[in-house]
Design a protein around this ligand. Structure first.
Ligand code: CP
Length: 314
């Protein structure tokens, strides 16, 4: 059993977003994640923190990293993890989200992890069940565990978040990763910038406490961390960029544009990556500059911490 000494607790029933969480709650989850990350580096054995607990993964949208790491995280804690494949469920026969939630609730799981293509759908579901719910991404709204694992990765490399200059680049408009990271990084005291073409930056985003830049050269000046985002073509109706080639030329990160940032600037990407669209392939694979696979590794530890924090004793 991993000890939880550093911060009091995570006082909420659900994890639906980073917005509104106090620094103590965020720090509690990050510190517990650090402990699990340290444990996983030295041990291959399963823990029994969630023995006899049942968690359901309910993903209405595709996922590789998030779904797999929640499953792995639960199994490493000794929980029974069930994956509901929406394609072969009664959702395909027209069952509504609320009826699906109430049906799963009747089976008395200890926690449900949900990804849905509509903003707000995970919150709606959480109101219909007795157990805790974790948002694994709801449309363009929030992806809280991604932001937590991004911060854990930054902390491992940079030792602090407070005072860092962090640039989030690309398709801000359609990105739940951007929203969750803006909330989290601001709460922990970073200076957050967003960079992208005007068509992909929401109006009034400054009200979230970020500085807006439309040119990589200006936005990347002196930054410590660069978070590149995928062009979310599946969420776009109409054309937001002239062409992929033009986009890469102006907003794709390569070694040349990286020179605008601090000499030791760290590159992150939540994945899935489109090589040659938002990031140069060689840079993505450069383990000194890019922490993309470390992010995936930290994803398991963060999801262990979130499962542990939200599964309650009955
Ligand atoms: N970053 C992320 O959410 O990846 P998946 O869509 O593969 O889960």
């Amino acid at each position: 059993m991993i000890e939880e000494k550093v911060f009091k607790n995570y006082p909420h029933k659900h994890l639906l977003g980073i917005e509104g969480l106090l620094p103590d709650s965020i720090n509690y989850l990050i510190n517990l994640s650090k402990k699990y990350a340290n444990y996983l580096e030295d041990n291959n054995q399963k823990l029994d923190d969630l023995k006899n607990k049942t968690c359901i993964n309910l993903f209405f949208e595709n996922s590789t990293r998030t779904r797999t790491s929640f499953e792995l995280a639960g199994k490493k804690l000794g929980a029974d993890m069930l994956n509901i494949s929406v394609g072969s469920s009664s959702i395909k026969k027209g069952e509504t989200l609320i009826d699906t939630a109430m049906t799963l609730n009747a089976m008395q799981p200890d926690l449900i992890v949900v990804r849905h293509n509509d903003a707000g759908a995970v919150k709606l579901l959480s109101e219909k069940v007795n157990c805790g719910v974790i948002n694994a991404g709801d449309g363009p709204h929030e992806h809280p565990t991604q932001a937590l694992l991004d911060s854990l990765t930054i902390l491992r490399r940079k030792k602090t978040i407070s005072g860092l200059k962090v640039a989030i680049c690309g398709d801000i408009m359609h990105s739940r990763v951007a929203r969750s990271n803006i909330h989290l990084l601001n709460t922990l005291g970073a200076e957050v910038r967003v960079i992208g073409p005007a068509t992909l930056i929401p109006k009034q985003i400054e009200s979230m406490g970020v500085k807006v830049f439309y040119k990589m050269k200006e936005g990347l000046k002196d930054v410590d961390v660069i978070i590149m985002l995928r062009l979310q073509l599946e969420r776009m109706s109409g054309s937001f960029v002239p062409s992929i080639r033009e986009y890469f030329r102006y907003y794709g990160l390569n070694n040349e544009k990286l020179t605008y940032a601090q000499p030791d600037a760290l590159v992150l990407h939540p994945g899935p990556m489109n090589r040659g669209v938002e990031i140069d392939s060689e840079l993505a694979d450069d383990l000194d500059r890019s922490a993309i696979f470390e992010q995936v590794q930290m994803g398991v530890a963060v999801r262990m911490a979130c499962l542990k924090a939200l599964v309650k004793d009955r």
